[in-house]
Design a protein around this ligand. Structure first.
Ligand code: ATP
Ligand code: ZN
Length: 283
């Protein structure tokens, strides 16, 4: 049995549960429960505040956890980073009052900076030889300059709209973050075995998200050229169509080359191109 810590509620909760679901792990999520057990996988899930997750994993109260990199690096606990999970993306940035002049990080010298990330903020300022006064506050950091508590802030940003509505501008990014899977450093062989099984599924889910299944019709005299554009898992599948002189070609395309390839396939004579999402992909 492996014990997994996830955020109880908040920005990472839904995506964490969705990932487990896509891994075929069914969790009865009693919203107010502290913990629950998976029906069909040797996994116990603990619902906790995200700030507490690195500590729980370091202490082996939980064996693994899903939490933002920002929290892991701020708490500076001794845990292993196993996998980036691709959701909960944000950045930890300095922001100052919009009308204020800002040239570089030296502009923060002597300023009062409000943040929920005192460790990372101090580390960054020290590295840049800037002396500033750090005020740790636990929430609503963005209102600190407006109420006269601070001159600048260091806070999480994703779209930037919160900064905008509070009359602030982002001036320096100190960390890019996403949700990661962390683990305790002491693992038994059995625990590692379960983690490997979970990772196998996570990889299949991630891979599928980055790829699309593509079906198209090709005139046989253009088949070679069209096939040369398609990688496929081994090579594309080619099936004859009822219509003589035509074939149906099936393959897999990755997200980053997708539009470019579609255009070239079309130019090469492909017709009736269908693109469908892939649910799981095992190599
Ligand atoms: P908890 O009650 O668990 O302590 P919280 O209020 O500290 O929750 P949330 O606001 O739910 O935390 O954010 C959880 C995580 O989501 C952050 O630590 C960060 O990794 C990620 N995240 C992604 N985008 C943003 C954003 N725009 N602002 C804040 N966090 C974000
Ligand atoms: Zn938190």
């Amino acid at each position: 049995m492996l014990k997994l810590a996830v955020q109880k509620s908040g920005r990472l909760h839904e995506d964490s549960m969705q990932l487990l679901k896509e891994c075929g792990i069914s969790i009865s999520n009693g919203a107010n429960k502290l913990k629950t057990e998976a029906g069909n996988f040797p996994l116990q899930v603990f619902f906790l505040r995200d700030d507490d997750i690195p500590q729980y994993v370091e202490d082996a109260v939980a064996d693994i956890g899903i939490v933002g990199e920002n929290v892991v690096y701020e708490k500076n606990k001794t845990v292993d980073v196993v996998e980036k999970l691709g959701f909960g993306k944000c950045r930890l940035s300095f922001a100052v009052v919009r009308g204020e002049q800002y040239n570089d990080i030296q502009s923060l010298e002597g300023k009062r900076i409000a943040t929920s990330y005192p460790y990372l903020t101090a580390q960054f300022l020290q590295k840049n030889k800037v002396k500033a006064d750090i005020h740790e506050i636990s929430g609503s950091v963005e209102i600190a300059p407006g109420i006269g508590l601070a001159d600048a802030i260091c806070d999480l940003v994703s779209s930037g709209s919160t900064l905008l509505t509070n009359g602030l501008k982002e001036v320096e990014t100190i960390l890019r973050s996403e949700a990661i899977l962390i683990r305790n450093q002491q693992f038994s062989e059995e625990q590692q075995h379960i983690l490997d099984k979970l990772l196998f599924r996570i990889h299949a889910v991630k891979k599928a998200k980055n790829n699309k299944y593509i079906l198209l019709n090709a005139p046989n005299d253009k088949l070679d050229e069209i096939i040369s554009l398609l990688p496929g898992m081994k090579s594309p599948t080619v099936l004859p169509l009822a219509d003589k002189g035509w074939s149906s070609v099936h393959s897999v395309l990755s997200e980053d080359e997708f539009w470019d390839k579609i255009e070239r396939l079309k130019n090469a004579g492909a017709q009736g191109i269908l693109v469908v999402p892939i649910e799981k992909m095992v190599m």
